[in-house]
Design a protein around this ligand. Structure first.
Ligand code: ATP
Length: 276
């Protein structure tokens, strides 16, 4: 087990931020923590890094206490808003972080891996948001971590860069790295996270693959068709799909479209269910 949380609770000033949270991550998996602003995602990551402690419950990282230096050496972390010294070049920045981790300073292979090798000699002040994020990722990958914690890694990235980042994450996972990333939205995780843990006010409200979450939500699909010139919109559950389609075809329906509930609909469903 790469990561284990057991009945973890954390409050700030009497306000519960993480409540009775339990989950475990298997090695080599890509898991997303999804929740709105303030759902407690960053607080969990900070506890995994040993930067703050749970009030109660247990966190085990790579089989031990997250505050042990041997554990920390195998952790990579990309903070939500990554800050670097603007006067340093990309190469100098990475060398500085490598030194902090007790690693050799020359890390050009990593700069190459994140697509920054050509800009490695330029000062970070001239880097775009995407380039800074790549540098942040290179910093997180120093020392080939076994657990990579990425706090909202795609926020502010354009779709092409986002795809690239997810590609890198998939390569890392294929090599055995466990990746836990936080996100605001379910939609962009399609095809990129094997498992999603949905959080609301510090509590886990759903946990599974996106396909499982779809099934659990049980939301109807939307069938649209034109019958005799009249547009019909019908909500159908899984069992009703085929018979309704057959009936529509028998009536000579045209322009039939079938739309499954979007991941946003599913996310909203879990939040609504929780509020009820
Ligand atoms: N050090 C702290 N002291 C007091 N309150 C804190 C502290 N850190 C976090 N909080 C509060 O805990 C709650 C959860 O914060 P956290 O940063 O974990 O959420 P998040 O899910 O990462 O949100 P976001 O998506 O906005 O980054 C928020 O209400 C926040 O204000």
């Amino acid at each position: 087990m790469t990561l284990l949380l057991e009945a973890v609770c954390k409050s700030y000033g009497g306000h519960a931020v993480v409540q009775d949270l339990s989950y475990a991550l298997e090695p080599g998996t890509v898991v997303a923590l999804v929740g709105h602003n303030g759902a407690g995602k960053t607080t969990q990551i900070k506890m995994m890094l040993g930067l703050t402690r749970p009030d109660s419950g247990r966190i085990e990282v790579l089989g031990g206490d997250p505050r042990r230096p041997e554990t920390r050496r195998h952790l990579g972390y990309l903070p939500e808003s990554v800050q670097f010294h603007p006067g340093f070049t990309g190469r100098e920045t990475l060398a500085f972080h490598a030194r902090l981790k007790g690693l050799p300073e020359a890390q050009d292979a990593l700069l190459d891996r994140v697509g920054l090798i050509e800009a490695a000699g330029r000062a970070v002040r001239g880097y775009s948001k995407g380039m800074r994020q790549r540098l942040g990722l290179a910093q997180a990958l120093l020392g080939a971590p076994r657990l990579l914690l990425l706090d909202e890694p795609t926020s502010g990235l354009d779709p092409a860069l986002r795809r690239e980042l997810y590609g890198l994450v998939a390569d890392l996972a294929a090599q055995g790295t466990t990746v836990l990333m936080s996100s605001h939205a379910l939609t962009e995780l399609d095809g990129h996270a094997e498992r999603v843990i949905v959080l609301n006010r510090g509590r886990k409200i759903a946990d599974g693959t996106l396909a499982e979450l779809r099934r659990l939500a049980g939301l109807p699909a939307r069938l649209t068709a034109r019958v005799g010139g009249v547009l019909r919109r019908i909500a159908v559950n899984e069992a009703e799909k085929a018979p309704t389609l057959r009936a529509l075809l028998a009536e000579g329906a045209e322009g039939i479209t079938l739309e499954d509930p979007s991941l946003d609909d599913i996310y909203a469903h879990f939040l609504r269910r929780e509020a009820a």
